[in-house]
Each structure stands twice: as structure tokens, then as C-alpha cells.
Design a protein around this ligand. Structure first.
Ligand SMILES: C=CC1=C(C)c2cc3[nH]c(cc4nc(cc5[nH]c(cc1n2)c(C)c5CCC(=O)O)C(CCC(=O)O)=C4C)c(C)c3C=C
Ligand SMILES: [Fe+2]
Ligand SMILES: [Fe+2]
Length: 341
């Protein structure tokens, strides 16, 4: 193991704090080539696909990476903006806003966004922070609900970087904030803002990203945390139990994932004659491929073709005031004890 040489320590240490605002990441471009590189990295992560390495490597390289990149690239192209991937654009904007708001509250902290897969990578952002003299890093993730497939994988990436470094910053990790009252308030505010203009739907569908059902059996708390977020949000919206449902989207492969699945639920609601369905994705703080394409395009088509009349997608929290307030509060709580002002 080779640790990097570093300049001699200066005493007393001048403590400098940073918040690393982390999200999943997107391909660099909506092309089959860039998506292939992204998916190869993403899908080789043993936290994401828990299948024996040799078997998975054959399936991944023999089948998936030959067929999926072109299909996914076309989907990415349908949501791509002049600024690039929506997920990266929103995540960057959230980092800038969080930095400004923490500054207004008197904190001297640097805020940077980082991506688990592709760019800007966790390693490159940690390198940059270290070069700027940062000695304390709060790792905050755009995953309100903990899953080993996402949250633990991000911590793995930080640990991979740490393995190469001689003088480590002090790290803190936030594992979840699924029941944070301000996060719930921010979700409720975005729903209420939508309903103020459009009235209430017959059904509000709260769609979370799925994971394999087996992961939950093996101890992943993700499903329980999604259900708790949904219950708290419904309570906050004073929504009776028969006016909302919780579903799981983005199933990958043939194994059983968390149910009920979003798209079949939307089709069933359409076929049953639901006049209007609103869909929101509480587990995605930033709009991305999975919300803008899978829900707002494919989900809409599924519902309307099955006979539904009106479909509304309620945008993700993105740069909403209530959400940045919540983010600020979560960061401040976990920064406490580190002298930042
Ligand atoms: C293969 C297994 C996958 C698991 C497990 C998984 C869990 C998971 N993912 C998110 C959030 C996002 N996923 C996104 C895209 C995406 N997810 C998978 C696969 C799994 N996700 C793939 C292959 C892709 C890429 C697109 C595709 O080819 O289908 C995104 C959007 C990224 C973007 O660029 O916009 C997000 C966000 C969570 C929260 C989660 C578990 C809780
Ligand atoms: Fe995913
Ligand atoms: Fe998807």
C-alpha cells in the first residue's frame, strides 16, 4: 500500500470544515458509449448487485453492457438539458444554495457536490477539498432513506479514497433523515403548492426507488424507512389511508423487488377508472432520469393508456425553499460540535 506523500503538519491545526453533498451520478453524456462506462462502474458495485462475482461478471459483460447502454442513452437523451443531466444540475444547485444558506447563518463551511458514479467523483472532490486545507468533512447524501445499495456504497467510496491518504480529514456520515420533520414539511409543501393550483387528485401515489426484496429480508431497513416517510407525509397532509398508496419503481432484472410496483399500480388505477392520479417521488430529492422519464413520461403513458383521465407528476424537492431549509437544518445538526463560526 502506497500512501501519498504530504507536506509536514502545521501546528496548531487550522480546522476547516466542508459538507460533501453526494448523489448517485449520471453518465457524462446521453450516448451509448458514456452510458456504458457509467453502467459498468455502477453495476460492478457489489453493494448494488449482490450476486456471486464470477456469475454476475458474465451476465454484466456478456449481456447487459451490450444491450442496455443504447436503450438507457435514448432515455437519458429525452430528459437531457443544455446544462447536462438533470440529476447533476439539481445536485450542484442544491450545493450552491446550501453553501449560501449556511453562510447566511454564520457558518464558515465549504459545500461541494459529489457523485458516487461518474463525475464529479467522490475521490476528485475529496482531493480538491484536501488541497484547500479542509480537515473535517460532513458526508451528507441525497438519499433520505438508508439502503446498503446506495448509502453504504457512498461510504465505501469515501473509505476507498481514505485508503490512499496519509493525513485523513475527520469524517462524519449522515445515514438517513427519512423522518426529519423539515424533510417531511418540504415534501408536504411541494404537494400543497401543486394542489393549490390543481385541486386534489383521487389518488396520490408515493413512488420510491425499489430494491430487491431479498435485501430487506437480509436486514436492509430501506422499505421500513420509505413506509415511515409515507406515513408521516400522509399524516402531515391529513390524507386518509384510501387516498394514497406507496409503490416502488425502477425494477432491474427478473428477481422479486419491493412491491407493489409503480407502473402496474398506475395501470390498475387507470383501468379501474381513476379520474386523476398525482405521482410524487419522495425518495428522490432531485429530479432525474427515474422521475422525469420513468414516471412523468412512461408512468403517465401507462396510466392514460389503461383508461385514466388525468395524470400529474409533482416535481421533486429540487431547489424549493422548504427543502433547502431542511437540508440546512440537517447539516447544522450534524455539524454541531465542530467549530464553524
Ligand atoms: C441494479 C440495481 C439497482 C439498485 C439496487 C438501485 C437502487 C437505487 N437507485 C436509486 C437511485 C437512482 N437510480 C438511478 C438510476 C439507475 N438505477 C439503476 C439500478 C439500480 N438502482 C440503474 C441501472 C440506473 C441507470 C439508468 C438505467 O439504465 O436504468 C437514478 C437516476 C440517475 C440519473 O442519472 O438520473 C437514481 C437517482 C436509489 C435511491 C436506490 C435504492 C434505494
Ligand atoms: Fe437506481
Ligand atoms: Fe428507470
Amino acid at each position: 500500500m502506497l500512501f501519498r506523500p504530504e507536506p509536514p503538519a502545521v501546528f496548531p491545526a487550522d480546522e476547516r470544515t466542508a459538507v460533501l453533498w453526494c448523489n448517485l451520478g449520471s453518465p457524462d453524456e446521453p450516448t451509448a458509449r458514456a452510458v456504458r462506462i457509467y453502467l459498468a462502474d455502477f453495476l460492478s458495485d457489489p453493494r448494488v448487485v449482490e450476486i456471486p462475482k464470477l456469475v454476475w461478471s458474465l451476465i454484466l459483460h456478456g449481456i447487459i453492457l451490450r444491450t442496455r447502454p443504447a436503450k438507457s442513452a435514448a432515455k437519458y437523451a429525452s430528459v437531457w438539458t443544455p446544462d447536462g443531466s438533470p440529476l447533476k444540475t439539481w445536485t450542484r444547485k442544491q450545493a450552491v444554495m446550501l453553501s449560501g444558506w449556511l453562510g447566511e447563518r454564520g457558518h464558515r463551511v465549504t459545500v461541494r457536490e459529489a457523485m458516487r458514479y461518474a463525475n464529479p467523483s467522490i475521490a476528485s472532490q475529496l482531493d480538491a477539498l484536501k488541497a484547500e486545507g479542509v480537515t473535517r468533512v460532513l458526508v451528507l447524501q441525497a438519499y433520505p432513506q438508508y439502503s446498503a445499495t446506495t448509502t453504504a456504497s457512498m461510504i465505501d467510496a469515501v473509505n476507498d479514497w481514505s485508503r490512499r491518504v496519509r493525513r485523513l480529514p475527520e469524517f462524519r456520515f449522515v445515514n438517513q433523515y427519512h423522518d426529519d420533520p423539515h424533510y417531511i414539511d418540504a415534501l408536504a409543501a411541494s404537494v400543497m403548492a401543486h394542489w393549490k393550483h390543481h385541486g386534489r387528485p383521487d389518488q396520490l401515489v408515493m413512488s420510491f426507488h425499489g430494491i430487491p426484496a431479498r435485501n430487506v429480508q437480509l436486514g436492509d431497513p430501506y422499505q421500513a424507512q420509505c413506509l415511515e416517510t409515507a406515513r408521516l407525509l400522509a399524516e402531515r397532509l391529513q390524507l386518509p389511508i384510501d387516498r394514497y398508496r406507496v409503490t416502488f419503481q425502477s425494477r432491474f432484472g427478473r428477481a422479486k423487488w419491493l412491491e407493489p410496483y409503480t407502473e402496474p399500480t398506475l395501470r390498475a388505477l387507470g383501468a379501474a377508472g381513476a379520474a386523476r392520479v398525482d405521482v410524487m417521488c419522495p425518495g428522490f430529492p432531485a429530479d432525474c432520469l427515474e422521475t422525469l422519464e420513468e414516471i412523468a413520461m412512461e408512468g403517465r403513458d401507462a396510466f392514460l393508456h389503461a383508461g385514466g383521465k388525468e395524470f400529474h407528476y409533482i416535481p421533486a424537492l429540487n431547489d424549493g425553499n422548504a427543502w433547502i431549509t431542511a437540508l440546512c437544518g440537517i447539516a447544522e445538526r450534524h455539524l454541531s460540535g465542530w467549530k464553524t463560526r
